[in-house]
Design a protein around this ligand. Sequence first.
Ligand code: CTP
Ligand code: MG
Length: 551
Amino acid sequence: RFLGSLCRHLSHSGAAVLRREEATAVCAELDLQETTKKKTFSEMQKERREQAQRSILISCPKKIPEKKLLKHLCQHGDITNHFFFESFGLHAVIEFSKKESIASLQDASFIPRGETEFPIPFKSRFFHLNLKNPSNQTSDVQCSNQSSPLNANIIKALCNAESVENQINTLMKILQLTEENIRLRYLTCSLIEDIAAAYFPSCTIKPFGSSVNTFGKLGCDLDMFLDLDDIGKNSTTKTEGSFLMEYQVKNVPSERWATQKILGVIGECLDNFGPGCVSVQKILNARCPLVRFSHQASGFQCDLTANNRIAMKSSELLYIYGSLDSRVRALAFSVRCWARQQSLTSSIPGSWLTNFSLTIMVIFFLQKRSPPVIPSLDSLKNLADVKDKCIIDNNDCTFVSNLDRIKPSENTETVDTLLCQFFEYFGNFPFNKNSINIRKGKEQNKPDSSPIYIQNPFEISLNISRNVNESQLERFVHLARESAWILQENKGQSSKTSTEPWGLAALLLPSVPNKSKAKKAGRGQTSEAVKKLLESIKAESTKDPRATRKK
Ligand code: CTP
Ligand code: MG
């Protein structure tokens, strides 16, 4: 690329030697190309983790003068970024430009002296700030929002959009993880890593799932993965000489046993010593053993797993699909929100669809368009190079990591057409005989009699929707058909012509029992809650007509 730019420049200027200004221009162009280059998943994770390691979390009193606080902290080094947020009180995230600043701050901080309770002396990166004169302080901080807005407010915002496409973009803007929320997720993992490192120095804790796969919405759980594989990586195996030194280690009967033991002690440690970690539950007999806890200071519900490298790979795969074409995220976001609103998904595990299954269904649908919006997993595997090769427990998890090697799609369908088509497609999918397979990008014969079969992209003998029962699938199919119908019926409507929630807003209305019957009798028969919402939307539009027309 450098040579290309250089040659273009030379032929343009007709000169054999670059003048200083020309060289600067070439460099600027290269810089621009560099910044527009899409980051690979591991580059993104590395950058975020490094940023988190230079950051601290502070619980602050209600009234806090921002400038004074920053000036105070600057004694320990330059601050590159900071923000405030509310979660069981006011908190601040401070990012220093250098890690050493944190050590300097830790040296200047005290372990509190408890009067009725005994503090466990653990020097973490989670601090508590006290004011010497609390009475004469004024607060001037602005809090960044970390939770999703009320449903009624989302529907109002969608009603004011100009088209379904506009509604989908509005929904993403309102609900997607903010820059601050992503930082806070990485920082929380990094704080837990410090605790786990007491047992396993140089272990890493990385976020996975919806925190990193580009489909996360505000309020989603924080899936964490304790990676012990990195511990052995730095040791260079010396083969010369007559001796080979190994660590003396404790052996256990199986890998699962080891995972359970490790998570068991770390869970215990979080429960006893983890600042801000509450409601710790050790769920060690699950298929994938985990420690579930609430990190009160950040407000995240956390699921810590270990030995779960395949889940990290599927997060990377979703990241690739989500970054490839803006329609993937737009569609997955809309479908995930729709399913949550219609109680097709839940935060409690059960016999319903999960967000992961729904996202795979969206990917499959987009692979099936003509021409396809995104390639099959097998095509991504064919684009992989040597360093992308990845085999985990005999499962081939190889696919290309460099996004720039994937050709953009020739499909030009709009996202609102795709949303309507998604519902139509799955409203009529032969779930009784076909399975969903994103590896091939084609449906296959179903290998067993589960109501819905979605092949796990990497552990290909597993069905990721094995938990879903017949009645949940029926509800999904019924609601998909009804939603396709609503979108078609609403075609051409917008905030200018409609006095009722329309397009995506109509799909996100709380589920009304016997909706179809209500429809036959006339669209006006909605529940009390929906009526109230409609009235408030109408009242606002008569108050200030400009407020309801988004330009
Ligand atoms: N996962 C998997 N197989 C499953 C369920 C989950 O491989 N049957 C992996 C996926 O990589 C998924 C991650 O575990 O992204 C986290 O699972 P979960 O928290 O259930 O899904 P999220 O994608 O994080 O979505 P949510 O917003 O509902 O948390
Ligand atoms: Mg999750």
